[in-house]
Design a protein around this ligand. Structure first.
Ligand code: PNW
Length: 484
């Protein structure tokens, strides 16, 4: 556990949200039941199982489609006040479009939401968490301009179906993974390598789809439903590698190309200046007539500007950034050349079972302050934070310590810097299908036995710890040590 003298013992505010998260494909199973159609993830795992580390799939996963009541009982026992989960587009709209709503699919979510509310747990719903209907991917998916309308129609159906009982919405989970993973470095569906080109087109469509859905909520649902709508963005805390002015500038550039790429249009109405100017210059040097970074129309800028009622942040780790000589212009373009900076994780940072996930809890304070400074002091919800292991241990001391130290730094940031963090959500309530890692990486507060047909859930040590946090709103074990 964190050293006592470092640990913030001040109680969180009474209305601070504590929650846990999941996503549809990662937990539901029932991949072809009750009228659900194929999503891109169903298709990938059936046709190319070798792309998944253990050759597995989400056909059954945690079987939450059938075990949702048990899941809600588990949430209740844990004592969280919020549950973040996602809707499966292909379960609700099997052909992707709203002409045909699949009633059994819609009922699953209605029942889940009713069960949550009956147990005093507030649902926080992600409309899209990566599992696109295959039919839409076959029409070029996110890259098709029409995606903006497809998505907006789908979102409107969700608001209509569930909005009376859902007061917290997020449109997209981590669009950077969809765009840079899917169309930049190609480590994700649909595995297209087009750094600095298609990844920007992808983001352009996602951002406009988000804005359109947000404005639909404004126009048709906000008055009667009174909820909040935002997006979930994932970020590293990028810190300067030294005190030099060059490294400080480099870290700022890295942040802008990473988080600013999505957050600046949404909170300030356009892409960050540094992205616009660097990409325009390099595009020119490459002999192009127009910049590889698309431009928003004035109307789109207006729709985007302010299209979030809070800031949804997924954060797991951090990196250091150093300045470098501007790389020579070359084709095809590369994202690193566009950014023109170096980043790395120091070898002495605490490691985990995943390479990229180094434990650096103090860095979240920098990130939260950066968001506060750049986006008008928004209310911030940490929509995901957590850590993996590949042993399946129940004595998950690293997870306990990770959560405790990240929360302690969040409490410091609230108290000492006045940043408006209003909630914290652990990824995840239970072990689940960890995408390309299959079931080899476990992020759960509860262990899931994937060898048993029951998918038995068992609390780990971290569930005990987090239960106490939810109950006392304080990070120490003994309540009398908490500071009010
Ligand atoms: C998130 N990275 O993804 C997702 O929202 C979850 O579905 C996922 O299970 C969880 O994190 C754990 O991986 C991320 O490389 C994927 O920085 C990759 C990164 C971050 C988050």
């Amino acid at each position: 556990l964190a050293d006592d003298y470092l640990l913030n013992k001040k109680r969180f505010p009474a209305d601070f949200m504590f929650g846990v998260a999941t996503s549809a494909y990662q937990i539901e199973g029932a991949w072809n039941e009750d009228g659900k159609s194929m999503s891109t993830w169903d298709n990938l795992t059936q046709t190319d199982p070798e792309t998944i580390l253990d050759g597995s799939n989400g056909n059954i996963a945690c079987d939450s489609y059938h075990k949702y009541k048990e899941d809600v009982a588990m949430l209740k026992e844990l004592g969280v006040d919020h549950y973040r989960f996602s809707l499966s587009w292909s379960r609700i709209l099997p052909n992707g479009f709203p002409d045909q709503i699949n009633q059994p699919g819609a009922n699953y979510y209605k029942n889940l939401i009713r069960e949550l509310r009956a147990n005093g747990i507030e649902p926080m719903v992600t409309i899209f968490h990566w599992d696109l209907p295959l039919a839409l991917q076959e029409l070029n998916g996110v890259l098709n301009e029409s995606f903006i309308d497809w998505y907006a129609d789908y979102a409107a159906v969700c608001f209509e179906l569930f909005g009376d009982d859902v007061k917290l919405w997020t449109t997209f989970n981590e669009p950077k993974q969809t765009c840079t993973g899917g169309y930049g470095y190609a480590y994700f569906i649909p595995y297209i390598h087009s750094e600095g080109l298609l990844e920007y087109q992808c983001a352009h469509n996602v951002l406009r789809a988000h804005a359109k859905a947000y404005r639909i909520y404004d126009e048709r649902f906000r008055a009667s439903q009174g909820g909040k709508v935002s997006i979930v963005l994932d970020a590293y805390s990028y810190l300067p590698a030294s005190d030099s002015a060059a490294d400080i500038t480099a870290a700022e550039t890295r942040m802008q190309f990473d988080l600013g790429w999505y957050a600046n249009p949404i909170f300030n109405g356009d892409y960050p200046e540094i992205m616009k100017s660097r990409i325009a210059n390099r595009s020119k040097g490459e002999g192009r007539d127009v910049s590889r970074l698309p431009e928003f129309t004035d109307e789109e800028k207006i729709a985007l500007n302010g299209s979030a009622d809070f800031f949804g942040l997924n954060v797991y780790t951090a990196a250091l950034v150093a300045a470098m000589d501007d790389p020579p212009i070359s084709n095809p373009p590369s994202k690193y050349q566009d950014m023109g900076v170096n980043d790395y994780q120091p070898s002495d940072w605490e490691t985990t079972s995943l390479d990229w996930l180094k434990v650096a809890p103090w860095t979240i304070r920098h990130l939260l302050n950066w968001i506060n400074d750049h986006y008008h002091q928004p209310d911030i919800i940490v929509t995901e934070n957590g850590v993996c292991d590949n042993t399946g241990t129940f004595q998950d001391t690293q997870r306990v310590s990770y959560i405790q130290r990240y929360l302690s730094n969040i409490r410091d940031t609230m108290e000492q810097d006045g940043v408006n963090v209003i909630g914290y959500i652990v990824w995840s309530i239970m072990d689940n299908f960890e995408w390309a890692q299959g079931y080899t990486q476990r992020f759960g507060l509860h262990h899931v036995d994937f060898d048993s047909p029951n998918r038995t859930r068992t609390p780990k040590q971290s569930a005990q710890y987090y239960k106490n946090v939810c109950e006392t709103k304080c990070l120490v074990d003994d309540d009398f040590e908490c500071i009010d």
